[in-house]
Design a binder for this molecule. Structure first.
Ligand code: TXA
Ligand code: MG
Length: 343
């Protein structure tokens, strides 16, 4: 397949706008930037289009897609009920990196909702994302634009690597601003429940609602899970990943030992930039320990770098879980398959 690549400015050209609209209405795939990560999008009201997304990603068909809208009023077209609390969260965080789960109505096909009676809705802040949705004239179902199981894409080059020749259009919006996927919160129960942590933290939600909400995102997946996405392997580089909890000096000593034991193998460390000098192996710095936003911005890219350099053993320093650190560690624990070494 011949993939058309555009910069976000190319979307201001009339002719391209009609190509985009036609592509979506024909049920084909468009990759576009958002403020969180890149999304692989299609007409969310067309079952065949949603199926194409699952195929392209190699994603299990029971893992539901997020429906993206570009106008808050569109929400009421696709869901049965919107609580007062949901309205408050929208006032505070939309457009932005908060996805809310509602009871879906008959307009949303089962293919889009992964067979569930609920649907996740997100109103992204990114202008290009909004433009794509508006031009299409339909809500856009879009999971993160990565092959299932791989780290999400936060750069145009990541998207090309996974999908060049497999989708119709790719729009380059530069590096994703936030770099972590949206917070997902289930609004269908008695108490709102965070299913996936993100830039919008539990604390931020509670500040708006003025009560304590539930968070099931930290539970290691076993048996019954609330969000289908929780039970699948995620973000995994090809090499073996180990999270190391404890002082950075102890970690440096451990890595030094491993370097001798694993002679001839490729080893790398991912850690806060301040500690880079302590290691005698290849280090990919995440960003300053005092700058969680920077670490979020670099996280998926550094995991992808591991594969680019064919690293076989990856040692990652366990980060402070405060605030955004909670979402960062959620991704890293998954990348490590929950393998943690306490030193
Ligand atoms: O930031 C984001 O949310 C990005 C950009 C492209 O918008 N999208 C994204 O989509 O991360 P995806 O498909 O990779 O992750 C969606 C998550 C999955 O964990 C999925 O299981 C959960 O949301 N989800 C979607 N619909 C749901 C539903 N009805 N009930 C529970 N969880 C749901
Ligand atoms: Mg994803």
């Amino acid at each position: 397949k011949n993939t058309i690549c555009w910069s976000n400015n190319d979307l201001n050209i009339k002719e391209n706008q009609s190509i985009l609209k036609e592509t979506i209405l024909q049920g084909n795939l468009v990759i576009f930037p958002t403020e969180t990560v890149y999304g692989i999008g299609a007409n969310g009201l067309n079952p065949e289009a949603s199926k194409r997304i699952y195929q392209a990603k190699g994603r299990p068909s029971d893992n539901p897609l997020i429906l993206h809208i570009a106008d808050r009023n569109d929400l009421y077209k696709y869901v049965r009920y919107v609580s007062e609390d949901a309205e408050k969260l929208m006032d505070a965080f939309w457009p932005g990196p908060l996805t809310m789960v509602f009871e879906k109505n008959e307009l949303v096909p089962k293919e889009t909702s992964g067979g569930l009676e609920t649907v996740a809705i997100r109103f992204p802040k990114d202008k290009t994302a909004q433009q794509v949705i508006k031009l299409a004239g339909v809500p856009i179902a879009a999971p993160s634009a990565n092959i299932s199981g791989k780290p999400s894409s936060t750069k145009f080059e990541h998207v090309l690597e996974d999908f060049n020749g497999r989708v119709d259009i790719i729009i380059d919006g530069g590096p994703s601003e936030i770099g972590l996927e949206s917070t997902v919160i289930d609004m269908t129960g008695d108490i709102p429940t965070i299913l996936r942590p993100g830039y919008v933290t539990k604390k931020m939600v509670e500040k708006v609602l003025k009560y304590t909400v539930q968070d099931v995102s930290g539970t290691k997946p076993t048996g019954q899970v609330k969000s289908p996405g929780m039970k699948y392997t995620h973000y995994k580089p090809k090499g073996e990943v180990l999270l190391i909890r404890g002082s950075i000096e102890k970690m440096a000593a451990y890595v030094c030992e491993q370097k001798i034991k694993l002679e001839g193998h490729k080893i790398a460390v991912i850690c806060e930039s301040e500690y880079q000098e302590l290691f005698n192996v290849n280090v990919v710095p995440l960003g300053s320990k005092d700058n969680q936003l920077q670490m979020a911005h670099n996280l998926f890219s550094s995991l992808r770098d591991m594969d680019k350099e064919s690293v076989e053993y990856i040692y990652i320093h366990y980060l402070n879980k405060d605030e955004l650190g909670y979402a960062l560690m959620n991704r890293l624990e998954k990348a490590a398959g929950y393998q943690i070494l306490d030193l």
